[in-house]
Design a protein around this ligand. Structure first.
Ligand code: PLP
Length: 447
């Protein structure tokens, strides 16, 4: 079958069933597919010739906008020059220069990079490094991992174990042993229509002291949090919360991991959320925006103290028994170099920060739109909670997303009944206005 094979069979039957789509109601999708077959800048193109405004940067990842010529050229050049290099025992030079650039972007002494291909792999890598780190230092009893309710850390068994979204967990058995969870930081009563970091909620970090008292610090390897929970509906951290987590981790020798798969590379107006919030984790997971999603790439930034703990013993012995065939894949690395160039040349992180008030005003202005219960904005991200219809959670969100795409030519992301917005950082003020008015229209047509 060629790539041009028709989507319909000769008998006219819908032939979309071979691809088992991820995180998608497959049977429903086949009835009214949402297909895109091109993209440029702020827009997706559909096979029927529509231009769809991308209010989600793909999946929180196309931060510099679509099909940027310099990234395309970098991938094309790389594919012709060096298609693949094994990352175990061999390497290609650009992976070292990329690691140096990422370390330079990161705050504090996050200065070593372990590459992988996705956010899920980055999370599993960080969790494994944390446990192995304690063992390297003779504290092998520290194996417990602490996640948080309402967290999304991808779909590996490690990620769903520390994650806190019930539907991503309940089908998959007992998962990792020895995991506990902090409470999430959202309260509609205490933080309604939050613009930026809510004032209420720093005390929720103190729950880590309760878990230390329950399990003993000597059994806890690491705490992992998204500095801003993204996939669960954009929950900015309460003021002082991350600082308090950092202090408690320090007090008890627990590693702090930030999952910055969404917040990295400008989403909150800085290279990393760690920079914006002034808290340096011991391990930092990244993916998505690092390569503008033009080729898969992810990784973990590690502080010197973590890396150094592994660099001991006989020099011919592998220090960390972990890695992926496609760690630092040349195409991902080339895309990332070109992406970082664009971020710098176009000053996109500062641009996102400068647009934050415009964004907040436009999106918070939707609070009187039909079904809206709460709105949270920070950086160039927003979560809009919709009232679910009686007995059918998720239906309103799904219908809003469908109307937005089919009727209003705007792509939004939904998680349950929450619309999440996260446009590419190149979005103009006029396009921010368009996003708000098209999403409002999509909600009005549901009313
Ligand atoms: C915070 C966070 N961690 C991990 C992941 C998983 O990334 P991937 O889908 O690339 O495995 C995501 C994806 O949205 C994410 O938001």
């Amino acid at each position: 079958m060629s790539g041009d094979a028709p989507l319909k069979t000769a008998s006219g039957m819908n032939d979309l069933s071979a691809f088992w789509m991820p995180f998608t109601p497959n049977r429903q999708f086949r009835v009214a597919p949402r297909l895109v077959d091109g993209a440029s800048g702020m827009y997706y193109h559909t096979p029927d010739g529509r231009q769809v405004l991308d209010a989600t940067a793909g999946l929180w990842c196309v931060n510099a906008g679509h099909c940027r010529p310099s990234i395309v050229a970098a991938i094309q050049t790389q594919a012709a020059a060096l298609d693949y290099a094994p990352p175990f025992q061999f390497a290609h030079p650009a992976s070292f220069t990329l690691a140096r650039r990422l370390a330079a972007l990161a705050p504090g002494d996050l200065e070593h990079v372990f590459f992988c291909n996705s956010g899920s792999e980055a999370v599993d890598t960080a969790l494994k490094i944390a446990i192995a780190y304690h063992r390297m230092r003779g504290e092998g009893a520290r194996t417990r991992l602490i996640g948080r309710e309402r967290a999304y850390h991808g779909v590996g068994f490690g990620g769903i174990s520390v994650g806190g979204m019930v539907n991503n967990r309940k089908h998959f058995g007992p998962m990792l042993a020895g995991v506990d969870h902090l409470p999430h930081t959202y309260s509609r009563e205490q933080q309604p229509f939050a613009n930026g970091q809510p004032v209420w909620g720093a005390h929720l970090a103190d729950d880590l002291e309760r878990l230390v008292a329950l399990h003993d610090a000597g059994t806890i390897a690491a705490v992992i949090v998204e500095p801003m929970a993204g996939s669960t509906g954009v929950l900015p951290p309460p003021q002082g919360y991350l600082q308090r987590l950092r202090q408690i981790c320090d007090r008890h020798g627990i590693l702090l991991i930030f999952d910055e798969v969404i917040t990295g590379f400008g989403r909150l107006g800085a290279a990393f959320a760690a920079t914006r919030f002034g808290v340096v984790p011991d391990l930092l997971c990244f993916a998505k925006g690092v390569s503008n999603a033009a080729a898969p790439l992810g990784g973990v930034l590690a502080r010197g103290l973590v890396y150094d703990a592994f660099m001991q013993g006989p020099e011919h012995v592998i220090e960390l028994m972990h890695g992926y065939t496609y760690s630092a894949h040349p195409m991902g690395v080339a895309a990332a170099h070109a992406t970082l160039d664009l971020y710098t040349e176009e000053n996109l992180f500062a641009r996102a920060l400068a647009l934050e008030p415009v964004w907040a005003k436009a999106i918070q202005g939707m609070r009187d739109a039909p079904f809206v219960q709460d709105i949270r904005t920070i950086g160039l991200a927003a979560g809009i909670d919709l009232a679910p219809p009686e007995g059918a959670p998720g239906k309103r969100g799904f219908e809003a997303m469908r109307n937005a795409f089919h009727e209003q030519d705007v792509m939004v992301r939904v998680s349950g009944d929450t619309i999440a917005l996260s446009p590419p950082l190149i979005v103009s003020e006029a396009e921010i206005g368009e996003i708000a008015s098209r999403v409002r229209a999509a909600l009005e047509s549901l009313a």
